[in-house]
Design a protein around this ligand. Structure first.
Ligand code: ADP
Ligand code: MG
Length: 483
């Protein structure tokens, strides 16, 4: 395996982010997923002579939002360009994109690796463009069918520097991209439906070398795991070839998820010359400083900011904070709970424990969860003031609340007879009963077998039908035994 350790992988990713705008990038056609094929296709989408494109203002705003969130430099003077190529799903014969003047330059996205390290991935550029239509090869056995609904839908392409060094890093980066676009509400991040797509550029070089090796580009991966698998496969393939003294052919490859292998699609020699030229039908767009400031005011709280608040102000562990932030709606629910309690840790435990288990086991989305966040806060308060035990809360009151969310936790606790006994006179009586029942054990305890305290607690609990306040109970037992 030594041969593999001599090399390092070099990876750059190109992500296509399909924007959640109501209409398409340069026309008023509806940009929705899953419509009846070829229904959202006007003469502008089809590029009929005499039609003119108009830039979608919302798409521009989304691009600026992403630029702000990635710390990029946002360009003032934006031009559009035609990227020409012939393909059946490209009705105009060209795509309107940004060539030399991408709206965003530079910036970075920070991702978390499994070992807790932070990975800072530098971005080269983000540009606006439109999608092509979709060729459907697997519906008709003889013909390829074309659906042009997707033609003209708005995309942002995020291109990274060749900064990634493994499939795992690529996976972590993509997870962060998806989280970011979801928090920004600019893309649903659904890779299976193709609203987030990724091409991976991969090469290897000897460790310590400064020049890059020859790269291949891998396409058609429909999950982050498959991007990781495709990269791992390619890296190994490259090293094996180099070790055998063979050269890497610069080409575009595809990934077969069943076999876990990549295969050649086309070599770069036959690659298209796109004959970019400025789009004559669109005025350049000016993105002013004032406009950027206005968009800044509408920015939601981003995952990195939440992480900061959760760890620094709420003192959650980094792990817990990340678990909550992973999902925007879960984080929003958490934020609602802690409006009603300042027991941040307990709120996190409820989300990551009972609530998430319930959601997972019953395939319920947090948005459909029927317990109001303030009810969870109420449960936390009842536990904190020793009115109910945490076991009773988790095992009885929480399930009861799911069944009947119109009642308050306190009402349910009363109905279910779960209010803890915090009456020290009553409890002392039970403690006395137990201690006089087991004189030998009391003697053993006094001779140093202090581990028996648990036994006494258990007995009192049993007699109190589980309702003794454990804190008070422990105190009473300790005092009684040490007298
Ligand atoms: P192309 O002209 O083939 O499209 P670009 O220079 O536009 O290549 O880069 C596309 C992506 O490939 C970027 O994410 C970039 O970081 C990455 N990349 C460039 N060179 C290499 C390399 N030698 N190995 C791996 N990735 C690379
Ligand atoms: Mg490129």
């Amino acid at each position: 395996m030594d041969a593999y350790n001599k090399y390092e992988a070099v990876i750059g990713l190109e992500c296509h982010v399909q924007l959640l705008t109501h209409t398409k990038m340069y026309s008023s056609d509806i940009a929705e997923y899953g419509a009846i094929p070829n229904t959202n296709v006007s003469v502008v989408t089809l590029g009929h002579p005499g039609t003119l494109p108009v830039v979608n203002k919302k798409a521009l705003e989304f691009a600026v939002k992403l630029g702000i969130a990635t710390h990029a430099t946002i360009r003032e003077h934006n031009e559009f360009a035609r990227k020409n190529y012939f393909y059946a799903d490209l009705p105009k014969g060209y795509q309107i994109t940004q060539d030399k003047t991408p709206i965003c330059n530079g910036g970075y996205i920070e991702a978390k690796l499994k070992d807790g390290q932070t990975l800072k991935v530098a971005l080269t550029r983000i540009h606006m463009e439109e999608d092509a239509g979709k060729s459907l090869h697997d519906i008709d056995p003889y013909d390829t069918l074309i659906d042009l609904n997707r033609a003209g839908t708005p995309l942002l392409e995020i291109v990274t520097e060749p900064d990634l060094r493994s499939g795992e890093e690529a996976y972590a980066y993509l997870t962060e991209v998806r989280k970011l676009v979801r928090y920004l509400d600019i893309c649903d991040g659904n890779m299976e439906e193709g609203s987030l797509r990724c091409d991976a550029n991969i090469s290897v070089r000897l460790k310590g070398a400064t020049a890059y090796g020859k790269k291949v580009e891998v396409k058609n991966m429909n999950s982050f795991r498959n991007v990781q698998r495709a990269i791992d496969f390619e890296v190994k393939r490259h090293i094996d070839l180099i070790e055998k003294g063979e050269t890497i052919s610069v080409e575009t490859r595809s990934f077969n998820a069943e076999k876990g292998e990549t295969f050649s699609l086309r070599s770069k020699e036959s690659a298209n010359d796109y004959r970019y030229f400025p789009e004559p039908d669109l005025q350049p767009i000016n993105v002013s400083k004032t406009y950027i400031e206005e968009v800044k005011k509408t920015m939601p709280t981003l995952p990195s900011q939440l992480f900061q608040t959760y760890t620094a102000s709420y003192h959650l562990s980094e792990y817990d904070a990340n678990q909550i932030i992973e999902n925007k709606e879960i984080a929003a629910y958490y934020d609602q709970i802690i409006k009603h309690t300042s027991n941040y840790k307990s709120a996190a435990n409820w989300i990551l424990g009972a609530i998430k288990s319930y959601l997972n086991e019953n395939a319920v989305h947090i948005n459909q969860f029927n317990i109001e966040p303030n009810r969870i806060a109420e449960i936390i308060c009842l536990i904190d003031e020793n009115t109910i035990s945490s076991t009773a809360a988790r095992e009885t009151i929480f399930p009861a609340l799911i069944k009947n969310s119109s009642k308050s936790p306190k009402e349910l606790a009363t109905e279910l007879d779960l209010i803890q006994n915090s009456n020290s006179n009553e409890l002392q009586d039970i403690v006395n009963t137990v201690l006089s029942k087991f004189p030998e054990k009391v003697a053993e305890f006094k001779n140093g077998k202090t581990g028996l305290q648990g036994f006494f607690v258990g007995e009192v609990m049993r007699l109190s039908k589980g309702k003794a306040d454990p804190k008070l109970l422990n105190q009473l037992i300790q005092t009684s035994l040490n007298n």
